[in-house]
Design a protein around this ligand. Sequence first.
Ligand SMILES: C[S@@+](CC[C@H](N)C(=O)[O-])C[C@H]1O[C@@H](n2cnc3c(N)ncnc32)[C@H](O)[C@@H]1O
Length: 215
Amino acid sequence: MIEPGVKRAYDEAMSSGYYKRRRGLIGKYDNVRTFWEDEIIRISVRPYIKKLEEEGEGRIKVLDMGCGYGDGYEILAKLSDNLEYKGFDINENFIKEAKRLYKDKKNISFEVADFSAGHPLKDDYDLYFTSYGTLSHNDDEQNILLLGDIADCSDNCVVLCDWLGAYSYEWQSLWGEEWMDYRISYLPESGNETFPLRLMTRENILKMVSSLEDT
Ligand SMILES: C[S@@+](CC[C@H](N)C(=O)[O-])C[C@H]1O[C@@H](n2cnc3c(N)ncnc32)[C@H](O)[C@@H]1O
């Protein structure tokens, strides 16, 4: 079951113009994201990309789940020029824009799909990628289903799970909460729509992993 507010909120962000690929002090791709957050993701994923490159024979097959405009490609392409990238997202407007942005790249494809009821594409990738809190859209049961399906599809792969942390410095008033009611906040005029996002702890992650091992 998808929260109806999710699509409305992202559509609202898109039509504000501040969800566009442009650098600066405000908007989705602000300087904090571009010069800090993207770089921190690259630092974490770099050793795995290197290993996949050393071990693999062909291109590194990447699936970016909840890809937005193909944001994972922008992050990963600075680490390897050997990617076969596919992105999916539930929001068809994002996928339309992603297809437009990358229409000339043969190694990139996109489709509309939903990760709330398991791995929608049921095929095998070297790297299953998420970024910027995307898996916080799911509850733990949905994530167990998704990760279990991925394990069934692939004998040897890397899965990068990105959740919102429960103990963020920015949201101290939420410490101890399991969910937040999120409003896309980097727009100059905040949108009206909110939707729930899971705030994840290390304990929750370990609990999910051990229930995966039991199945
Ligand atoms: C926080 S945004 C991150 C977008 C992008 N990965 C980035 O790095 O900026 C979360 C994305 O997940 C998508 N999403 C939410 N629920 C989804 C679902 N059930 N299946 C697929 N995508 C979903 C949203 O439409 C949105 O594009």
